[in-house]
Ligand binder design. Structure first.
Ligand SMILES: *Cc1c(COP(=O)(O)O)cnc(C)c1O
Length: 225
């Protein structure tokens, strides 16, 4: 694990140098969904602190106890969120990357009011306009940004999952353009297969699962809604 982590960090560093970027500007989010406890503990022991999960309940079971043991942990929700789980998500996650509709913005804001802290969020953009995929359409982004801000959510940036069968570069470029238009700094984009490309296009957070932990069971593929 320490070796794989080191390899990925080195590749991130190299991609940053090639892009003329400071490696400190890129955060590695270790996507730990469906991984066994031992793998997660090994990543923690190797110094990894930022983790991504795609299901609220699974993440609760896994991280509730580890949060206490690792106070500098950062947990990011990268999977679709149902409104009835918004409060649980706000309680567990530091950042929710998958805001994609008005109802969810309202639910997150309400959960934040109850918890006494405005949730930190990214808006997921469906850059490929794939009907089966979560995310707001690029054309609907401006309205959702305005709503999130007026509800008092701490909107930090944008996230996308490009279509699996297309070159990712143009999707990353679109996400960067949209983020700039709205003055947003965080760009969560790039996975095991294309995180170096994403860094070239300005990613501030790359979400790496299988390259770090090994292959998952197919049921956890990112395109599943
Ligand atoms: C599973 C998942 C990842 C990690 O994918 P890998 O190809 O294993 O790196 C990244 N982002 C999201 C949203 C995911 O669901």
């Amino acid at each position: 694990m320490a070796e794989r982590l080191e390899t990925i960090r080195r590749r991130i560093g190299r991609a940053c140098r090639l892009a003329g970027r400071d490696p400190a500007g890129v955060t590695l989010t270790a996507v730990s969904k469906t991984q066994p406890d031992a793998a997660i503990d090994a990543a923690l022991a190797a110094g990894q602190r930022v983790f991504g999960e795609n299901r609220v309940q699974e993440a609760q079971a896994r991280w509730a106890g580890r949060r206490e043991a690792w106070p500098d942990l950062e947990l990011r929700l990268i999977g679709p969120l149902q409104t009835n789980k918004a409060a649980d998500a706000v309680a567990l996650f530091d950042v929710i990357e998958t805001l994609d509709r008005p109802k969810l913005a309202e639910a997150l804001a309400a959960a934040g009011r109850k918890a006494g802290q405005a949730p930190r969020v990214l808006i997921q953009v469906n850059t490929g306009a794939e009907p089966q995929k979560a995310g707001v359409a690029p054309a609907g982004l401006a309205e959702l940004v305005a709503q999130a801000l007026s509800l008092g959510l701490r909107l930090e940036g944008l996230m996308c999952i490009p279509p699996a069968e297309e070159a990712a570069g143009p999707h990353f470029a679109l996400l960067r353009k949209l983020a700039r238009r709205h003055g947003l700094e965080v760009l969560s984009m790039g996975m095991s297969a294309d995180y170096e490309t994403a860094i070239r296009f300005g990613a501030t957070h790359v979400r790496v699962g299988s390259a770090l932990f090994g292959e998952r069971k197919p049921s956890a593929a990112p395109s599943r809604g």
